[in-house]
Ligand binder design. Structure first.
Ligand SMILES: C[S@@+](CC[C@H](N)C(=O)[O-])C[C@H]1O[C@@H](n2cnc3c(N)ncnc32)[C@H](O)[C@@H]1O
Length: 376
């Protein structure tokens, strides 16, 4: 297999950050689209990106793209794909189709035509149902404007499910979003990082993984590991390289604080599951009394996801007000990145915004604000 055409599914709003990361991971032809990033790579690159991307939700491998105006045409063209490279008799597959603006608008029939083509090409009955959510190998068919695009999901479970978050607290951030925010905040691993209102500890744990160069996908189960075409040695080499990057000892000062002692205990447990319990300092603290932690020797970065919206009640504006006040009074030369759901919260924060970014979180668009304490 030569150059692979791929598509990274990404949280809307974070496409440019994912594109930067994909460039760093040596992807080619990287182009952002709404909700994703297209790129090309090699099979080694596909392994590397799945193991090491912190921001992408999943990586799809584009297998075929063709026009089809009838179900027999869809069947015939789908059968030309070398399915035997990807599916063996033991793999449970699921086929999902979505149709828009096309002659073929019945997604169920489209799934059936594709499933029949795969079965007939392989010469054996594939395991699993065509509409199952949980096939080990997901096959996606998009029919848009009469163009059919067939993709294979190379990631399996979403890549944000790192496996360390045994407890999720209230309104947790996806791990991929937390990692993207750290990149956007331009946090450097030598800089102190403070995560007030830490909830399940996602920012702090992602930061600790970044600082220790822990590849987020090391414990992930990838469907490509059972592709008949897999070059096992190459896959093991990609894994070993990712493992070898990891560093045990680091200088980073990462502090996570939270008001609720039960939630704080859960964050600590999540951190030890992630193998970084000894790196993060946890403190029970009300954000209204936030000061520079004693262990921070230089100015650093605050990242914060305060409670807001329907899921979390309480006097949200007063929390933003307190956060803005503490930052202004206590954190000379620090930078802060904070999520705000609306203008009211931004106003309550009362700080001059240096840059901002819109992204989707919890089913709505929210904004990230970056402020510093030089000009405020
Ligand atoms: C939206 S959650 C943070 C979620 C977190 N980013 C995660 O991924 O789990 C907000 C957190 O702020 C905490 N909190 C609420 N009021 C607080 C206060 N006055 N001081 C400190 N923490 C507070 C809540 O207990 C909750 O865990």
């Amino acid at each position: 297999m030569g150059n692979l055409v791929c598509y990274a599914v990404v949280t809307p709003g974070l496409e440019a950050l994912a594109a930067d990361e994909l460039n760093e991971l040596a992807a080619h032809d990287v182009k952002t689209e709404a909700g994703g990033v297209s790129f090309t790579t090699t099979m080694d690159g596909l392994f590397r990106i799945n193991l090491r991307s912190r921001i992408c939700t999943r990586i799809l491998l584009r297998l075929a793209s063709f026009r089809a105006l009838s179900f027999p045409e869809l069947y015939n063209k789908s059968r030309k794909t070398a399915w035997e490279h990807y599916i063996d008799p033991h793999t449970a597959i699921s086929v999902r189709a979505s149709c828009s603006g096309s002659k073929l608008m019945h997604s169920g029939r489209a799934e059936q035509a594709l499933a029949d083509a795969i079965r007939d090409r392989l010469g054996f009955d594939t395991k699993g149902a065509i509409d199952a959510e949980d096939g080990e190998q997901q096959i996606l068919l998009r029919i848009d404007n009469n163009r059919c695009t067939i993709s294979l999901d190379s990631s399996g479970e979403r890549l944000d499910r790192r496996g360390y978050r045994l407890h999720s607290g209230k309104a947790p951030l996806r791990e991929t979003i937390a990692a993207a925010i750290l990149r956007w905040a331009e946090w450097q691993r030598e800089e102190p990082l403070l995560c007030p209102m830490c909830g399940s500890g996602t920012f702090a744990i992602e930061a600790a993984w970044l600082a220790t160069k822990r590849a987020p996908g090391l414990d992930h189960v990838f469907p490509f590991a059972s592709w008949p075409s897999l070059k096992e040695k190459r896959w093991q080499r990609a894994r070993s390289k990712a493992e070898a990057m990891q560093q045990g000892e680091i200088q980073a000062c990462i502090v996570a604080s939270e008001l609720d002692s039960a939630i704080l205990a859960q964050a600590k447990e999540n951190a030890s599951t992630a193998g970084v319990g000894g790196i993060i300092c946890f403190e029970q603290r009300d954000v209204r009394t936030l000061t520079v932690p004693k262990q921070c020797e230089t100015a650093g970065v605050i990242v914060c996801n305060p409670p807001y919206g329907n899921r979390v009640k309480g006097n949200v504006l007063s929390l933003y007000r307190a956060l803005g006040r503490q930052f202004k009074e206590q954190f000379s030369d620090w930078r802060m990145t904070v999520i705000v759901p609306d203008k009211q919260c931004e106003k309550a924060l009362g700080l001059q915004v240096k840059k901002q970014l819109k992204f989707r979180h919890g089913g709505k668009w929210v904004r990230l604000l970056c402020v510093d304490n030089h000009g405020n």
